[in-house]
Each structure stands twice: as C-alpha cells, then as structure tokens.
Design a protein around this ligand. Structure first.
Ligand code: KG4
Ligand code: ZN
Length: 357
C-alpha cells in the first residue's frame, strides 16, 4: 500500500511517500523558518499561504524521486491536528481534494502520533512495548506504548513544553528565532559550573514536569548580570545556555528513568524536535535504571536500557512520519476519514487512561 503523507501543522510543509512493503520511498520538506524569522515567531496567515504554495511542487518532487505516478497512490494521510488552524486547513484541503480526485481514502493523522512512531522509520527500530518521550515545541509527554494505537499518557509538562522553554530562553538571550537549536550550539561552549538553575519537579515522585520557572530563573540571572556588568558577554551567555540545557536534560533523564521503572519497560524512544538535541541524545543513550535500595539488601546492578531516536531528519516536523503513521493506521483499519481539522486535539483523545497501565 502506497501512502502519501502531508504535514502542514506549523511552519514546515512536509510530503512523503511510504510503501508498506518498500518502506519510505521519498520525502520532501520546505521549512518556513527564514520567512518567520524577521517576525520573531510563526505568523499563522503567512504559514497557511506558504503551505498552499508548496504542497503541489513537493508532492511532484516526491513522486519523481520515487519513480511513481499519482495513480499509484493508494491513500492520502494528512495531519488533522493539533496545530495552527489555517495551516492545518491548507494540508487537509489539499489531501482531501487529491484523494477525491484519485478516488482514494484519506487518513487523518494525529501529529503527535506521527512523532511518536517516527523512530520506527529507522533501520534499527525499537520493539514494542516502549516508553516514548515526546519532546517538541508544543509538548513534553511520557507515554507507554504497547503497539500502534495503544498509548497511555504517563505524565507531561504542566506548563511550557521543553522546546518552548528552549525557544523562549533563547529569545530572552537575544538569539534569533527559533532559538532552541542555536541555544544548544552555544551551550557546547559554556562552562558547566558557572551558573546553576533549578530542576523543577525533579522530586515530585510522578511524571509531571514544569519548565516555565526555569525560564524565569534564566531571566533573573540575565538581569543580575546586566545590573552588575552593564551587559552580557559572549562567554557568560554561553555559560547560561549550558546551565539551562543541563537543567532541562537532568529533569528529562530523571523522569525517563522513573517512567521506565514504573512501567517495567526497558526500551525508551525519544521523539520530537528537542530529540535533535545532541546532549539529550548522549545522556539518554547511556541511561540505566538504578536499583532502589532497601535496607540490608545486597546492592543490585543497574539495569540496562535501550534508547532509540528517530533519524535526525525526522526529529522535527516532516511528512515521512505522517505517511508512516497513516500507513500503520490504514493497515489496522482504524482510520476514519475527515475533512475537518482539529487545531486543539489532545493526544489523550486517542490514548487510554493512565489506570490502564
Ligand atoms: O517537533 P517540532 O519540529 O515541532 C513541534 O511540533 O513543536 O519541534 C520544534 C522544537 C522547537 O522548540 C525547537 O527549538 C526545538 O524543537 N529544537 C531543539 C533543537 N532542535 C530543535 N531544542 C533543543 N536542542 C536542539 N538541538
Ligand atoms: Zn511536531
């Protein structure tokens, strides 16, 4: 089955062709980052108009790269939500019109399910069950995943998502939009001990997280440096980036360990834009489950964890993950068509309650 996948939820237009037998045949992406940069954030109206301009040429490029024709497409999957309403409508209208013209089904896909399943696009893919850490600009969630469509929300950020915290912190440090990746780059040159920021909710004994206070701690530090030195030097900025990144990663690593311990799963899958962060990848790659010590017990060795990441190019928004999730849903015949979009669509709508774990 050949599925065309369309992603248009935010500022990336992604198109891909996934074949249930041959795997990913082609994918094409256009990022609007440069267009939005001068406004310091995504301008929804500009995003929608640009998606409309890009969808046809990107689809043609995919078909050409895969050596396929429109007539070979068996189904069209598209991101139905969550995301920007107008941007989603551009993708939905295109997907529905194309499917109608080809007389083929449409498969609405939840954007986060796309991210969640993206590590399965790698050659070395995880086996079910696994704990998924979805860490993007809009979400920071731990899910227990037993199979396609079998997701249980274990915990999430109660305020800012980790990527959002990266971007907002980058902005207050004067870095250009979207600052997350740039902040991470500067952090590589920062001294680890120069600043220390709080690890919010580290000991909350659940899988909830909070990142908005961290951003405020950075703001306070920046104001203090300004007051004392009349400005912020390059090295100081790098040091702050480093301390911020270390704090986020400490929280994510500790919660990941807890999620694995709670579920008994020993496979961790990391998905979403922040999954592109090098330090996070290194840290989670060597994650182990340390034994909880009972009095008088013999010390048990730490248990190994297998960690999987999507290939770098499928970490941030892309069409490949939507084509793949669409193909998986179609195989299970659990997809229902729809022209409408769902700008606010909690993943919990398609997951089970936490009691089911
Ligand atoms: O998954 P994604 O492309 O879009 C959403 O669905 O949100 O994630 C984008 C987020 C942004 O917040 C961006 O700053 C962050 O991922 N990001 C990073 C890195 N690369 C992208 N954050 C930290 N380190 C990076 N290297
Ligand atoms: Zn995303």
């Amino acid at each position: 089955m050949l599925v065309l996948g369309i992603e248009s939820s935010c500022d990336e237009t992604g198109v891909a062709l996934y074949d249930s037998e041959g795997g990913l045949l082609a994918h094409a992406l256009h990022t609007q980052m440069a267009m939005h940069a001068e406004y310091g954030g995504v301008v929804p109206e500009l995003a929608s108009r640009d998606h409309i301009r890009r969808l046809v040429p990107l689809t043609r490029a995919c078909l050409r790269d895969a050596g396929k024709d429109y007539a070979d497409i068996d189904a069209v999957a598209f991101t139905q939500g969550p995301g920007l309403g107008g941007a989603l409508l551009a993708g939905s209208s295109y997907a529905n019109a194309l499917a109608f013209a080809l007389n083929k089904p449409v498969i609405p896909v939840h954007h986060l399910e796309g991210h969640l399943l993206s590590p399965l696009l790698a050659a070395d893919k995880p086996a079910f069950p696994f704990v998924a850490l979805l860490v993007s600009g809009g979400h920071t969630q731990f899910m227990a995943v037993r199979g396609i469509g079998d997701y249980v929300l274990l915990g999430e950020s109660v305020d800012d998502a980790a990527g959002e915290a990266f971007d907002k912190t980058a902005k207050l440090l004067g870095l250009p939009y979207p600052g997350g990746a740039k902040l991470a780059e500067l952090a590589e040159r920062g001294h680890p001990e120069a600043f220390s920021f709080p690890r919010p909710m580290l000991h909350s004994n659940d899988l909830q997280m909070s990142f908005s206070g961290l951003k405020t701690a950075v703001l306070t530090a920046v104001e203090k440096v300004h007051a004392e030195h009349g400005g912020i030097g390059e090295q100081t900025r790098n040091d702050i980036c480093r301390a911020f990144e270390d704090a986020v990663i400490d929280v994510l690593a500790a919660k990941a360990e807890k999620a694995l311990r709670d579920t008994g799963f020993r496979t961790l899958v990391v998905a979403g834009g922040v999954g592109a962060n090098k330090k996070l990848r290194e840290r989670l790659s060597r994650l182990t489950i340390r034994p909880t010590q009972g009095k008088g017990r013999l010390k048990k060795p730490a248990e190994a964890v297998q960690t999987y990441f999507p290939p770098m190019e499928y970490c941030t928004d892309n069409g490949a993950m939507i084509a793949f999730a669409g193909a998986m849903r179609a195989e299970q015949a659990v997809a229902a068509g729809g022209f409408n979009v769902k700008p606010r669509w909690p993943l919990t709508d398609i997951v089970k309650s936490a009691e089911a774990v």
